[in-house]
Design a protein. Structure first.
Length: 208
């Protein structure tokens, strides 16, 4: 069996001019993760990152080794899902944004949103990235830097849960958290979810 550690990107500059860059807090979160791994001698046989800047920036700050980039690990098309609603920048805070975004996400799951990557296509894309990892040799330690959406897909797949459970998981994944699986070819089992052993300060424990 091999192990897969999936890291949600650190906090981004939400609703600011550069939403795909990490905030100052996000940079601290990613560096803390790197320090945690280094102190414990944790190294990975294989490392992956989504292609979004927040993925690559988190990986670059946390890892002390090269990593491969794959769009399979990118987030769902939030802009496309919200295309017919008000822009994200018009909401005063994340709570107000989430209240509006949840119904839009349900519509997306049901296939009633045009102009965005469909839910089945997104899910299959993430699972394609997973299969690429599963097809490698056994006994590896692998890490992936991604977003809450792909983490939700992996948890849903491991638990064989219904589609709507993806949304429930997606909203609970904290910035720079660790979700761990054990896997082999064709098999994926959840070992731990949403852990923050590297972030002891409450000020560094964020959702958005």
């Amino acid at each position: 069996m091999s192990t897969l550690t999936v890291v949600r990107h650190a906090q981004g500059r939400t609703f600011q001019d550069e939403p795909d860059r990490l905030s100052d807090t996000g940079e601290m979160q990613a560096r803390a993760l790197g320090d945690y791994w280094e102190k414990r001698g944790i190294k990975f046989d294989e490392a992956w990152s989504g292609s979004l800047q927040r993925h690559r920036q988190t990986a670059g700050l946390a890892l002390h080794q090269p990593f491969e980039i794959s769009e399979d690990w990118n987030e769902y098309d939030a802009v496309g899902i919200l295309r017919h609603g008000p822009p994200a920048s018009s909401f005063p805070d994340n709570r107000a944004f989430q209240k509006m975004f949840e119904p839009a996400m349900l519509n997306w799951l049901e296939g009633s949103v045009d102009g965005a990557e469909p839910w089945p296509v997104f899910r299959d894309r993430v699972l394609r990235g997973l299969r690429r990892i599963q097809d490698g040799p056994p006994g590896r330690r692998v890490v992936v830097f991604t977003s809450g959406g792909p983490i939700g897909v992996l948890v849903q797949t491991a638990l064989n849960a219904p589609d709507q459970s993806f949304l429930e998981v997606n909203w609970r994944v904290r910035n720079c958290s660790l979700t761990e699986f054990v896997f082999s070819k064709g098999r994926l089992s959840l070992d731990s979810f949403n852990a923050l052993p590297h972030l002891s300060s409450p000020s560094l424990q964020t959702f958005r």
